[in-house]
Design a protein around this ligand. Sequence first.
Ligand SMILES: NC(=O)c1ccc[n+]([C@@H]2O[C@H](COP(=O)([O-])OP(=O)(O)OC[C@H]3O[C@@H](n4cnc5c(N)ncnc54)[C@H](O)[C@@H]3O)[C@@H](O)[C@H]2O)c1
Length: 249
Amino acid sequence: MPTHYDLEGKVALVTGAAGGFGTAISQRLRDCGATVVHWDLPAALERQHLATLPCTGVDITDMASIDTAAAELRREFGRLDILVNNAGIVGAVAPLWEIPVAEFRRIIDVNLFGSFLVCRALVPLMIETARQSRFGRIVNVASIQAKEGMHQAAAYSAAKAGLVALTKSLGKELATADILVNAITPAASMTAMSIDAPRERLDDILSRIPMRRFLDPAEVASMVAWLSSSECSFSTGAVFDLSGGRATY
Ligand SMILES: NC(=O)c1ccc[n+]([C@@H]2O[C@H](COP(=O)([O-])OP(=O)(O)OC[C@H]3O[C@@H](n4cnc5c(N)ncnc54)[C@H](O)[C@@H]3O)[C@@H](O)[C@H]2O)c1
């Protein structure tokens, strides 16, 4: 039986909400009583039939799209307690010198710059909310590749390492505003992002995980739920491992 964290009355936003991790995170936060707003690309939201839940088509690389959606969220809910920056892409799998320049930029744009744009648009509302409630949580979904690097994934690894550094800085900036900012670093999970990778690459990734299995999205949701709750109270700017023992720091 999953632990029930009390998120009653809280408004949470999940980006990449229609994806594998996003779906599990949204469900878990809703099970804990939060109202969850789902942001994802319009086509992804349509595919997952999320229309019965609060959702908005947003491209997190497009500042105008984010600002419009942020204004809508403020109008509709007037508060934001929890932000999960989860949207991401893996992009081209190739040695650094063979990745087209535009593709390298796109990977950085979605995985790093997009989370910056979302935080930029929403942190002011979170600060206002936390002034009343003395509560706010931001969880950034990075990757084990941020810590270790991965061959044929230089842009993705660099972007996720950037997201870890952004987390540490923003955590310090918001430390006295009652808003905790943390990152998680998952290893591979069989979501849409990984499932089409060549068998040899998946075997190679699996061989690096001491537990010898892939991560279950429900395990990601568990950690995010704890990081989004008042049970997590003295950790900020920190990085939480979810790698089955692959990372030892
Ligand atoms: N699956 C893994 O093996 C794994 C491992 C470590 C970290 N991660 C990270 O976890 C997060 C979630 O990944 P997932 O495994 O659920 O993959 P996924 O492909 O199932 O979901 C990613 C979601 O992000 C959305 N997205 C992509 N670009 C976007 C954009 N520009 N604007 C808005 N939404 C956009 C997609 O539409 C999709 O719904 C990502 O940040 C990913 O990098 C995944």
